[in-house]
Design a protein around this ligand. Structure first.
Ligand code: HEC
Ligand code: HEC
Length: 345
């Protein structure tokens, strides 16, 4: 690791002590421990870049920036406009609307548990949360504010200037904005669902239907071939054929790699608290969880790159219902990561 080019992604060890997570960045901070973020039951430790340790003042600053519409050209759009804690950290539209009512061609993914994903976006084109955070600010159809202008705006707000000095020992910088927002996003964690409590030994938390659905999820329907691990994603890209029968379909991962086999592949989304973030899929084309399961039951949409796991599942109506109940009841966080908008400087 010492000489690795990935040194910045040095690992953080996380230990659970009396319900509070102590993060100690063994590579850079040594034994200095900070109690920063609570890791809910069922979630693994995650990594943070060695040059961006989590601290409470930085998280608080990132939260303000996340909710601040002044980071858009016409002061109308913030990160929370499209990734709204009240709407599953997503929005309830198929496509996200940015400044001047402009729309992109993809649905806003939730940012729940995005701390765990090394590649961001449906096609994985951005590395890490720091690598993603400035993109939407400058993006002409999202917030449309060139980064140097964003920096100048924030530097003119005494409350922000003061906080940046405290957290980063400098005036407002683009790097600091990205680091603070990423730190806040790392606190948006969903776990401690009935599924986790069941795994920890409490059988009573899942209804008989949810238990049947769980069994289907991991066995007959093999959803777990792709939605695996504690956040229910393999972090890989697959072609289910969603939207692939349209004219000029979105080619997904192919746009990044230019590899034929990546055509129509999209990142497996996480499924915790999934009932809060309809509509579904990269193009928001499926409205309900039942319709998602119906889509899988038919084997997706046939095409040359269709994933080999995608075939008709022969699920009964009862099976479909049970799978939906498992997702709705089993994966819902006991304490949904809802936060109230902060006061802004
Ligand atoms: C106008 C709506 C809009 C705004 C504003 C917006 N986003 Fe997004 N966000 C999206 C869409 C749409 C995508 C998916 C784009 C894609 O995959 O190509 C996305 C993707 C993401 C992802 C990747 C999640 C994943 O699972 O891959 C993160 C993280 C994210 N946005 C954070 C932010 C932050 C931080 C801000 C504010 C600085 C922000 N977004 C502002 C619409 C928006
Ligand atoms: C071959 C891998 C694979 C399998 C198997 C699979 N999924 Fe998916 N799942 C994905 C991918 C990739 C997407 C996003 C596809 C897109 O938008 O084009 C997705 C999307 C979803 C979504 C929408 C999430 C969102 O945020 O929009 C849900 C819900 C879902 N899957 C549930 C299931 C269930 C239930 C099963 C089992 C019946 C299952 N998946 C099987 C890979 C898979």
């Amino acid at each position: 690791m010492e000489n690795s080019p990935l040194k910045w992604l040095a690992s953080i060890s996380v230990g659970l002590v009396a319900g509070v997570v102590f993060l100690s960045n063994l590579e850079t901070v040594g034994a200095k421990e900070k109690s920063v973020v609570q890791l809910p039951l069922g979630l693994d430790a995650f990594k943070v870049p060695a040059d961006n340790p989590l601290t409470k003042p930085k998280i608080e600053l990132g939260k303000q920036l996340y909710f601040d519409k002044r980071l858009s050209s016409d002061n109308t759009v913030s990160c929370a406009s499209c990734h709204d804690p009240g709407k599953g950290w997503s929005n309830d539209a198929a496509f996200a609307t940015g400044v001047d009512g402009q729309m992109g061609g993809r649905s806003a993914p939730t940012i729940i548990n995005s701390a765990y994903f090394p590649l961001q976006f449906w096609d994985g084109r951005a590395k890490g949360l720091e690598g993603q955070a400035l993109g939407p600010i400058a993006n002409p159809i999202e917030m449309n504010l060139p980064i140097d202008q964003a920096v100048a705006r924030l530097n003119a707000i005494p409350g922000y200037k003061k906080q940046f000095r405290k957290v980063f020992k400098s005036d407002v910088t683009a790097d600091g904005i990205a680091k603070a927002i990423a730190s806040f996003e790392r606190t948006v964690l969903s776990g401690n669902a009935p599924y986790d409590q069941f795994k920890a030994g409490d059988e009573s938390v899942l209804s008989p239907a949810a238990k049947r659905g769980m069994d289907l999820f991991f066995n007959k329907a093999k959803c777990s071939a792709c939605h695996k691990g504690h956040s229910f994603t393999d972090l890989a890209f697959h072609n289910l054929g969603v939207g692939y029968d349209k004219e000029n379909p979105d080619l997904g991962r192919f746009e990044v790699t230019k590899l034929e086999g990546d055509k129509g592949r999209f990142k497996t989304p996480p499924l915790r608290d999934i009932h809060t973030s309809a509509p579904y899929m990269h193009d928001g084309s499926i409205k309900t969880l039942k319709e998602v399961v119906d889509f899988y039951n038919k084997g997706g949409v046939k095409n040359a790159q269709l994933d080999e796991e995608m075939k008709p599942l022969k699920l009964t109506e009862q099976d479909v219902e049970d799978l939906v109940i498992f997702m709705k009841e089993g994966l819902k966080s006991a304490k949904y990561p809802h936060v109230d908008p902060p006061e802004l400087p």
